[in-house]
Design a protein. Structure first.
Length: 208
């Protein structure tokens, strides 16, 4: 492995585990505010969103800086995004709802942003399960088509975040601007993906 890739991956691991350690210490020291459960949910949700944005930043950064080796860190960032998303979901289902599925149904009906979050989570699950080199070889060209759904995921997460905000405009505006810039950097690729999106359903059939 290239030394640059190795040390950058080490930095990513350290950064992500430091965030988890900080969350643990904040929880045990009562530093998550008046509603610790909400603090846990917000932190894990934002950590997943930040990791997703970093994942999308890798390709344009590698292109602009002419450092192709950066692409080799993208999968790791994506997996950390999914790990934070799993924590985010577990906090909601276990700690917030207590696995009360009747209450979950009522929440889904009353809060449409949860539906968007659920769709984004399922898509992240699909990308995480097919992120290995073995799956990439097995799916071939369809692997790239499937993983282009990351663009839909970031939009779903953005709207999920905005709708879940109870007050304030700065953060939604900031995240909206970042997502817009990241997608504009891929405008031509997005146009091609949009025209070919009908090929994605065939992946699920062929991989059964």
């Amino acid at each position: 492995m290239d030394n640059r890739v190795f040390w950058l991956k080490v930095a990513i691991h350290l950064g992500q585990w430091f965030a988890l350690l900080w969350l643990y210490l904040a929880m045990t020291q009562g530093a998550l505010g008046a509603d610790p459960l909400q603090g846990l949910s917000h932190f894990t949700g934002k950590a997943a969103f930040h990791s997703l944005l970093l994942t999308l930043l890798v390709s344009p950064l590698a292109k602009w800086c002419k450092q192709g080796w950066l692409i080799r860190t993208r999968r790791l960032l994506g997996l950390y995004c999914f790990a934070w998303a799993v924590l985010h979901l577990l906090i909601y289902l276990l700690l917030d709802l207590g696995l009360n599925w009747t209450l979950f149904g009522q929440e889904i009906t009353a809060r449409p942003y949860l539906v968007l979050g659920a769709f984004a989570w399922l898509l992240l699950l699909a990308l995480a399960l097919t992120s290995t080199q073995a799956m990439q070889r097995r799916l071939g060209r369809r692997w790239q088509q499937l993983h282009h759904w990351v663009y839909a995921i970031v939009l779903l997460v953005l709207v999920h975040f905005i709708w879940s905000q109870k007050s304030g405009w700065f953060e939604p505006l900031l995240y909206g601007g970042i997502v817009t810039l990241l997608l504009m950097a891929r405008w031509h690729k997005l146009k091609r993906w949009w025209h070919k999106r009908g090929a994605v359903p065939s992946v699920s059939k062929s991989s059964k």
